[in-house]
Design a protein around this ligand. Structure first.
Ligand code: GAR
Length: 196
């Protein structure tokens, strides 16, 4: 099996969808769930599923990304992942860190990339008058929310939608898209997954 490390910062619902998909004939298995916050709700969910967990708090590093990443590397090097999935991991990684895992690190982003890189994607999609929205999984490169797109799920924005309602609708599709992309990717297939 391919070994998959999952990086999270919060509740970890995408991490759970990935972990729960890696069963049976799936070509990968989870080897580590790693967070920049020891209080992240997702760590307990991972531990309950029998997955090794680790946390490296970014705050003591006071913006020294290289020093933070040096600590983040320790549990990762121990876990020896073949693939790294960023799943609601809310720290920006340096080009140096990313280049170590070039071609084997994925991210899920709550917009139809290349639209709305960065934060507050749902509010910005409404503000821009978009009629469509969704989520993307892409390969991570040094540029933020950039890199080859490996899958997208599209939804319509309805008249009454708010940032909150859109976030909830998109999240449902994130939970379908990310496992579908990971399965393909772990099989060596980079053909984009297009949903629905
Ligand atoms: C997800 O919506 C994910 O796409 C987003 O954070 C949420 C995490 O939820 N990621 C980003 O905004 C990355 N910049 P989760 O912890 O329940 O998976």
């Amino acid at each position: 099996h391919k070994r998959v490390a999952i990086l999270i910062s919060g509740g970890g619902s995408n991490m759970v969808s990935l972990v729960d998909s890696m069963v049976g004939d799936h070509p990968a298995r989870p080897c580590l769930v790693l967070s920049n916050d020891a209080e992240a709700g997702g760590l307990k969910k991972a531990a309950a599923r029998g997955i090794p967990t680790a946390a490296v708090d970014h705050r003591p590093f006071k913006g020294d990304r290289a020093a933070f990443e040096a600590e983040l590397l320790k549990p990762l090097e121990q876990a020896q992942p073949d693939i790294i999935c960023l799943a609601g991991f809310m720290r920006v990684l340096t080009g140096d860190f990313v280049s170590r895992f070039q071609g084997r690190m994925l991210n899920i982003h709550p917009s139809l990339l290349p639209k709305f890189k960065g934060l507050n994607t749902h509010a910005r999609a409404i503000e821009a008058g978009e009629t469509e929205h969704g989520c993307s999984v892409h390969e991570v490169t040094a540029a933020l929310d950039d890199g080859p797109i490996l899958g997208q799920a599209r939804i319509r924005i309805e008249a009454g939608d708010s940032a909150e309602s859109l976030a909830a609708k998109v999240l449902i599709w994130e939970h379908k898209l990310y496992p579908a992309v990971l399965r393909r990717y772990a099989n060596g297939d980079r053909t984009p997954v297009l949903l629905p």
